[in-house]
Design a protein around this ligand. Sequence first.
Ligand code: ADP
Length: 410
Amino acid sequence: MLVLVVNCGSSSIKYQVREVEPADGEPQAYTSSMPAIDENVPLATATAGVTGGEVIAKGLIENIGTSEITDHTQALEILARRLDEELGGRTIDAAGHRVVHGGERFSAPVLVNNEIIRAIERLAPLAPLHNPAHALGLRAIQKTWPHMPQVCVFDTAFHRTMPEKAWRYAIPEEMYVMNGMRRYGFHGTSHDYVTGKAAEFLGIPREQFDAVVAHLGNGASVTAIRHGESFDTSMGYTPLAGLVMGTRCGDLDPSVVTAMLERNPEMTARELDRILNKESGLQGICGDSDMRAVQQRADSGDEKAQLALEMTAYRLAKYIGGYHVAVGGAQALIFTAGIGENSSEFREQVCNELGALGITLDPGANASPEGDVARISTPDSAIEVLVVATDEERAIAEATASLVRERVKG
Ligand code: ADP
């Protein structure tokens, strides 16, 4: 089955085509047997049963909303022509969308119908930059390929298993009830995917697996995994909370916000939001947001860069310690995403803060982890430390293929 995995932004569409194999060798002609999208498609949950995810094509369409490409429908027409050429006559069987916000409703991937698209639009107040763009992409695919089954995979869904004590803020209840002010968590597709890979690698049944997952990219979050599910996570109402990130501040006393606005009457809430999202984190501390650049400067003696790294590692280590307690003793600590997978230096810096947990790294394994899942701790480390390559597109392709198969089977 060929699955088109798309990440629709307001001015761009990132895409990959993945070949997903049914685990049991079922026939692959899906589109022809699919009824047209209608209002009565029941919600379904993803199941296992598909494997693989070889990348057949990938690319980016930019400048949507300009005179060049006026809207998402036109972008999709361009994509359809491109894919016709690249796939040599093969057709796409289904589309899987990365959707940033599923609010409180979506706890698993869903097959799309018009009601689902409207629900994603209604969640726009929680993700004003992303959800409206996702809805545009969903409708554009409906228009371009009217019979194409579509699936949405939500960044927030994996965290719907968090207990209320973890997701509530200690603010008046009306602020939660009226405005949805609670923790949602993000990067769920990645946390879910690497948790599964790590449990499999260690030979532990997923429902018995307790771990801490650190997804460290430009955006970064850490999740407490209890019995294979999300129990707590560092991002909150928005992806601004938690760790020190490339350009985001992470956790902050909320009084900083009110005091800044009171003391600078010319500063708008939107401007302050931009500063906290785009000019803070590593960028705010040392003037560089890219981990490689910060590490190079730190290695050559730059004190601001050294401080930025120390703060980032220290904040993460505190979360790991806290989540180790939250899950009743983690069996594994998992590093993933750009920094987590590639920076042995940063992993070492974090683990150096974790001596109290009895974690010891194997320097050789940490310097060059091999394969998609690698153990980098010593045999006597109290907690296994793993590096796991994340692959959100693959996870989305697999979830999409599972739901479509399930529906075809009826
Ligand atoms: P995004 O959140 O945008 O998906 P990525 O997961 O691609 O981000 O991670 C980007 C981050 O990974 C950048 O800070 C980059 O410097 C860092 N990174 C990538 N490779 C390395 C490396 N070899 N050493 C240190 N940092 C790295």
